[in-house]
Each structure stands twice: as C-alpha cells, then as structure tokens.
Unconditional design. Structure first.
Length: 381
C-alpha cells in the first residue's frame, strides 16, 4: 500500500525535479531564514558581517531607566538657562547714549551737526540717533570731563559716574542719562518663525519667549518641542510644552548676547515605520511625542498574515552608538509597555516577518511561480 501524498506536494516535486542546483540554493536559503532577527552589514567591507548591536528588550526596567535619563537631560538644560531675576541692561560698545545736563544746554553734544543748512544733509543726520556713541573701547567723549568708560555699567551707574565727574566743574549737576539706541548686543532667530533675523537686546529682558514674539511668533509648522539654542560651543534643546507641563515658566529662559535660536520644523521630527505592517510610512511626531504603540497604530498595526509579533524592533542612532530595542508583543502587558516607550526623531520601527512568510518569499524568488503552479495543479479536475 502506498502512502497518501497530497496532490500539491507531488506537483511541487515534479516542478523542482529538473532543478537540483536551485533546490540546493533553496535549502541553504531556508537554513538562513530559520534564525530570527535583524542583521547589520558593513558598507565599507561588502560581504563581511559587523557585530550586531546588542538587542535591548523593552521591559519595565528599561522604561524606568529611559525616563530617568530623559529627566536628567531636561533638568541639566533648565539649570543653565533659567534666570529668575534677570540683571539690568549693561551698556556696551556701539550703544548710543542720550545725556542731558539740566540748565546747561551748552553741554548737549553728540552726533548733531550745528549750523547745517543743507536739507539733504540735515535729513540724513536726523535719521541717525542723536547722542554719544560708545566707541570700541567702551568710552564716550563728554564736555568738561573728557573720556569716560561706560561699557559694563548700568544706566544708573553711568549716570552716577558722570554726575561725580561733573561735580568738579558744576555745582549740583542734574544729569539724565539713558540708552538712546541699543546696538551692542544681539541674538539671532531662525527657522519656523514669521520674521527670522537679528533681534537687539534692550532694557527689556531678552527671554526666549520675548525673542520669539519679536520674530512674529511661531509658524504652524514649528515644532515647539525642539527649539535649539546655541551658545558658544554649547547646544541646548528647549521643549516649551514640557516646561509648561512641569509648571516652569518659559519666560525664565534667558538669552545671552550672541545666542542663536533655531526653531525646527515638524517635518524634521519624523519616525519611520517599515517591515510587516499594514501601511509602512513616515510619521510626524506630535510636538516631540510619539510612542511605539501610536506609531504601530498609525501604520495600521502588525500584518496578521506576515508580521511576527515577537520581533518588533526600534533602531535608534545615537552619537555614541546604535541601539536596538525589541518588543515581544505577545507578552502580557506588552501594549502598556509599547505605549510608555517614547520614540525619538529619526527612529526606525521595524516589524520582522514570520518564518513562514520568509519561506514563501525565498521560494518565490528562487523559483518564480513554483508554488502557484503546484496549488493550481491540485485544483484541476
């Protein structure tokens, strides 16, 4: 008695019989597909495998460690940027001072040109703020007293210094001194704001909120969670929404002269979902926040036909190394962990295929139409 062999198996065997070389290659391919996971290859040494980064399982312990690390980074930025009581404005080189000595109009000097009758020249002179310009050495030239160093002084301190010097020549001098034009200190605003460009620092404290308002406010495409602030060799990332949630006033973030503020676009904060999901796509983060569960949900979820729920990976490139996280979605509580796992911009979410799906694809690549022909043969009358 012969054993009963399914018709599709006999048809597939007849199709593979004249192809021994392909069958050998097919067997090797199946052996390679038996090992689950993702692998990394070197781009400089083709064909040689690099040591794969260690896979970190997404567990409650890992989530707690990530939350603590994120809080430490956020608090470090806050400690250096928050200034609850900003100091008064200090005079700098390039500022123009308005100085009035009451009852002594002969001491009114500065940039005005007396006796100028040319209308064109007078019009151009009137466009320039009148007063005393602080030179590159931080000094002004004032009648009677000569050179005075004003750089680094507040208006009150500069007024006191000038009054003391004039008291040698005048009885009880009454001096009014204020900054006519602020030209010594500036910050630069760039990115997703209505009016990017230079902003002069004046007697109103130049906080981050003040600078953004002077630039016309944020555009709808702005990412409020990724406002980059460059100060010398230091670079900070300010998350406005996170500050508000923590009860910290964003108006306490004080800018310094020479700071560069860049508001990133939301298009720069994307997460890429690929592999065995219903709709692979690039997702925009919601003001800096997107969880692994949300990314899978917005991509239609894991494919029920080919997706392996045991192998949900998150690949993250950091300045130090590449990190690979793995979630086993079949484990109890995995959905809660996926919701608590915060993704970062440029993360890659990858869902691996099941061994059966890999087998089917390798067969289709090596012997196109073989499985289809075998199935068709079983359906013939």
């Amino acid at each position: 008695m012969g054993s009963a062999v399914p018709a599709w198996t006999r048809a597939l065997a007849r199709h593979l019989a004249p192809l021994p070389v392909l069958c050998l290659a097919f067997g090797l391919a199946l052996a390679g597909c038996s090992a689950p996971g993702i692998h990394f290859r070197s781009g400089t040494n083709a064909g040689a495998d690099e040591p794969a980064p260690p896979t970190e399982l997404i567990t409650e312990t890992l989530l707690a460690s990530e939350r603590q690390q994120n809080r430490a980074v956020a608090n470090q930025n806050l400690d250096r940027l928050l200034v609850p009581n900003p100091p008064p404005y200090k005079i700098g080189s390039g500022d123009i001072l308005s100085i009035v000595v009451w009852d002594h109009p002969e001491l009114a000097g500065g940039l005005t040109a007396s006796g100028n009758t040319d209308p064109a020249t007078a019009a151009s002179a009137s466009a320039v703020p009148q007063g005393f310009v602080v030179d590159h050495q931080g000094r002004i030239q004032f009648p009677l007293v000569g050179l005075l160093v004003m750089e680094g002084l507040t208006e009150e301190q500069a007024r006191g210094l000038l009054t003391t010097r004039l008291a040698k020549y005048l009885a009880h001098p009454n001096v009014t001194l204020r900054v006519q034009a602020y030209r010594s200190k500036r910050v630069y605003i760039d990115g997703e704001v209505k009016s990017p460009g230079l902003q002069a620092i004046n007697d109103i404290p130049m906080t981050l909120v003040e600078a953004l308002n002077r630039a016309g406010g944020l555009l709808p495409t702005a990412d409020q969670s990724r406002i980059a602030l460059e100060r010398g060799q230091q670079r900070y990332t300010v998350n406005l929404r996170e500050l508000v949630q923590k009860g910290v006033n964003p108006g306490l973030v004080m800018l310094a002269p020479g700071d560069v503020v860049r508001v990133h676009s939301r298009d720069e904060s994307k997460v890429f979902v690929s592999g065995e999901v219903i709709t692979p796509k690039a997702l925009l983060m919601h003001d800096g926040r997107l969880t692994l569960n949300e990314a899978l949900g917005e991509s239609g979820g894991i494919s029920p036909l080919s997706g392996d729920a045991r192998q949900v990976y998150v690949v993250r490139k950091t300045p130090e190394r590449t990190r690979v996280f793995q979630l086993d979605a079949r484990v109890a509580g995995s959905l809660a962990m996926a919701e608590a796992f915060e993704l970062q911009p440029k993360d890659i979410v990858y869902v691996a295929a099941t061994p059966l799906a890999n087998w089917n694809r390798q067969l289709s690549l090596l012997i196109p139409g073989a499985l289809t022909s075998a199935v068709t043969a079983t359906n013939r009358p």
